[in-house]
Design a protein. Sequence first.
Length: 300
Amino acid sequence: MLDPALRYFMEVVDCGSIRLAADRLQIAPSAISRQIQVLEHRFGAPLLLRSRTGIEATEQGKLVARYVQCAKRDLDRLKSSIDDLSGLRRGRVVLATVEATQGRVLPECISAFRAKFPGVDLEVRILGTHQVSETLLKEEADIGIALDPPLRNELLLRMRWPQPLQAVMQPGHELTQRAGSLRLKEVLEWPHILPDRSFGIRSLIERAANKAGAVTRPFLETNSLDVAKTIAISTNALTVLPPEALFRELAAGSLVTRGIDDPLLVKATIDVMTLRTKPLSKAAETLLRFVRQSIADHKA
């Protein structure tokens, strides 16, 4: 329902290149250029400019982009309202979540939801904690799940799941012989792998380290928890993760955990959130119930 010229314009802004936008849309670059010229003539202003990094929106172009984003959100709301009247025979829900939930919680709730409401389309975005919050605030997702997200008045907490961060290592690691919980400082004295700074896990570890007078010097940073776990399995390096991210490895015995005696890490949680000012569609509200039930089923 969006004007083709506006769709082409937004694709160029997202890609930073007319050629890449053309490849994604599977049309000729010249067709996109013509539509951009039509838009610029219509608005009487340049909308795009070339920079060293590619094509960017001008100030006028940014106004157009914001208009298109608002129009798409309004259209999504309209479609959701119509779908609600159809008794969940149709609809679309976007869920933004951190990687730690994708091994068990997400498959279970999506499988159960899909079996009951096959006509509702779902989109899952795996993001870092801060990206989850920003995606909700931009109204680009209906539900967000994040580990220790920053508190925002605009976000409504729907459920909190305790997930104390733990030291993760090979079963034969020297630290497994220590009695009781470990201190964060002694964990970080070993070679360690940490998630990158897009993860709430990393933010929490660094805050705790600063308070404990410890230093994080990971020999490997990664945007994948699977990579962190794989390296921990095959070397004497440690990582620090929540238990939900480890259930397969713990069950198989390929990794073990030790508690860390730190007040910040012990209180870590995975939070389920929605945007306070955006009422959920019936489909999103129903999926939220499935998410909460899946989490409740695995609460210790």
